[in-house]
Design a protein around this ligand. Structure first.
Ligand SMILES: *[C@@H]1O[C@H](CO)[C@@H](O)[C@H](O)[C@H]1NC(C)=O
Ligand SMILES: *[C@@H]1O[C@H](CO)[C@@H](O)[C@H](O)[C@H]1NC(C)=O
Ligand SMILES: *[C@@H]1O[C@H](CO)[C@@H](O)[C@H](O)[C@H]1NC(C)=O
Ligand SMILES: *[C@@H]1O[C@H](CO)[C@@H](O)[C@H](O)[C@H]1NC(C)=O
Ligand SMILES: *[C@@H]1O[C@H](CO)[C@@H](O)[C@H](O)[C@H]1NC(C)=O
Ligand SMILES: *[C@@H]1O[C@H](CO)[C@@H](O)[C@H](O)[C@H]1NC(C)=O
Length: 468
């Protein structure tokens, strides 16, 4: 009996499964859309030990343990199985609570749509749920999805970053796409932690708890996040900054694998990897802060964090002294350092080179993609409040210019793998300092996965820097 039942169920499944919903059609709890290649499903679900119903997209893991990657009605659960997904007369995709036909969730599409009876909602093989005109065709790979799709779930991420999604801002429409963890494993409502791009200065990726930065990826240097080189073995990352957009995008370079990054309730994350053919899970890597130097501004201003064995240590930049020496001596570093000697603010000032750095918080920086390092130095010298400079991009010997103003926050030094940072000091501090090179003399450190799965995925496997 059981076998026949399974047979029937799977028959029914394959014969009725579709990847799209047209105007005039509706989808009830118990029904679903399945992407053409079978990887993703859109339907109603209840988290683990909850009875609330949510509309969501999940990855159809071979272990029959679906991984929810997107939730529509995160904040407004349905209390019964009477939910209904359909297009409104105006061509807006709506989730209704059938009992009283109140709108629980809807896609945001401008109301100026023409021919709205010609729309479909389609679940793509990427896991993206899109709304588009039924007969619209992409003419090239380069067609911007934003222009082509009237609405897409990739623009409203939940807690999961998937290949093809843009994490960041569309400056034209003010859309800000970021990840936010679930409130708990039973509640997909927006939780405390988020992962987003902070656009001020040179844009950077930060993890926040509420409105407070917990940790920060170093600025993108063309190859990786500054200070965290990684082997691009299974995917590649693009970072785009222009007048219209600022975003990170991950692309699978190994097509035999599929990978996502998910933020979890406690603020850390998981990198999940499956084989794309069989959808068997091959890896589930938790990402976490490897050490205290990863905590945002652990050493306060103008001070560098080192790991000395397992213990973090802070050291003022040269030409700076601790602001509150007593606290500093008791390893309370949060007050940071202040200038010991003021800058001359003429061209007698000079720079000290710090190697292997995680570059400071770029929200107080400006950038120029075309300047070279010497022009960068000159521009920093000309402006009295400029305190440091560095190359923006380290590829091909380095290009572009980052200039920092006022305080330098959240720096750390590695034994290997960081970037050169040039700190402005008065002439008096330059004397007797060799070639102006500052190097970490501390013991070896281990750089592993930081909070950002983007790094950790390859990072935990391939970039352990050996202790001396
Ligand atoms: C419809 O349902 C929602 C919640 O499910 C409830 O808050 C609202 O009062 C209901 N409206 C009517 C008219 O019953
Ligand atoms: C939809 O648009 C309205 C008005 O522009 C906005 O207030 C609302 O937050 C949007 N909803 C979503 C899910 O983006
Ligand atoms: C801090 O400690 C150093 C040596 O450990 C000592 O020379 C200095 O006087 C101390 N400063 C204060 C303010 O306690
Ligand atoms: C630079 O400024 C310092 C301090 O203000 C001053 O002593 C020095 O003479 C100046 N040098 C030049 C070349 O202007
Ligand atoms: C970058 O620097 C170059 C050379 O100094 C300058 O011509 C250009 O206008 C700068 N670009 C921006 C965006 O400031
Ligand atoms: C120095 O740079 C800052 C930040 O870009 C700017 O606001 C200020 O006007 C500059 N000062 C001078 C003297 O150019």
């Amino acid at each position: 009996m059981l076998i026949i039942w399974f047979f029937l169920v799977s028959c029914v499944r394959t014969s009725t499964s579709t990847d799209r919903l047209g105007t005039g059609q509706s989808m009830r709890d118990g029904e679903s859309l399945v992407s053409v290649d079978g990887s993703f499903e859109l339907g109603f679900f209840s988290p683990k030990s909850s009875t609330s119903r949510y509309l969501g997209v999940w990855y159809r893991d071979a272990s029959r343990n679906p991984t929810v990657v997107w939730v529509a009605n995160r904040e407004r659960p349905l209390q019964s199985t009477s939910g209904l997904l359909k297009f409104s007369d105006k061509g807006i995709l709506q989730l209704l609570n059938d009992a009283n036909t109140s709108i629980v969730w809807s896609s945001n599409i401008s109301s100026s749509l023409q021919a709205s009876n010609n729309l479909i909602a389609q679940l793509l093989d990427s896991g993206n749920l899109v709304v588009k005109y039924q007969h619209a065709m992409l003419h090239s790979q380069q067609d911007a999805a934003e222009d082509f799709f009237l609405w897409q779930s990739f623009d409203y991420p939940s807690d999961t970053l998937m290949p093809g999604m843009k994490l960041g801002l569309n400056l034209v429409t003010s859309l800000n796409r970021f990840l936010s963890c679930w409130k708990s494993s039973n509640d997909p409502a927006i939780g405390e932690y988020s992962l987003k791009i902070k656009p001020r200065g040179y844009p950077q990726l930060v993890q926040m708890k509420g409105s407070v930065i917990v940790t920060r990826a170093g600025p993108w240097n063309g190859l990786s996040f500054s200070g965290y080189p990684y082997a691009m073995n299974i995917y590649s990352i693009d970072f785009i900054v222009n007048d219209k957009e600022i975003y990170y995008q991950v692309t699978m370079s190994d097509r035999s694998l599929f990978s996502i990054y998910r933020t979890i309730t406690s603020g850390t994350g998981n990198v999940l990897v499956w084989t794309s053919q069989t959808r068997n899970q091959v890896k589930n890597t938790p990402t976490e802060l490897v050490d205290q130097c990863e905590m945002y501004a652990f050493c306060g201003s103008n001070s560098i964090c080192y790991m000395d064995g397992n213990a973090p240590t802070c050291a003022c930049l040269k030409a700076y002294v601790s602001k509150f020496p007593k606290q500093w001596n008791m390893s309370d570093w949060s007050s940071g350092c202040v200038r010991k000697t003021l800058l001359d603010c003429n061209n007698t000032d000079g720079f000290l080179r710090y190697r292997d750095m995680k570059l400071p918080d770029t929200s107080s920086s400006t950038y120029n993609k075309t300047m070279n390092l010497e022009e960068c130095r000159q521009s920093c010298l000309k402006n009295c409040s400029c305190t440091a400079y560095a190359n923006m991009d380290i590829r091909n010997g380095g290009s572009g210019c980052l200039l920092w103003f006022d305080h330098l926050i959240d720096m750390r030094m590695f034994t290997k793998g960081g970037q050169d940072l040039y700190i402005k000091v008065p002439a008096s501090e330059l004397a007797g300092n060799g070639h102006g090179n500052m190097k970490n003399k501390n013991v070896g450190i281990i750089v592993g996965s930081v909070i950002f799965g983007l790094i950790a995925c390859a990072g935990t496997m391939s970039m352990i820097i050996k202790k001396k």
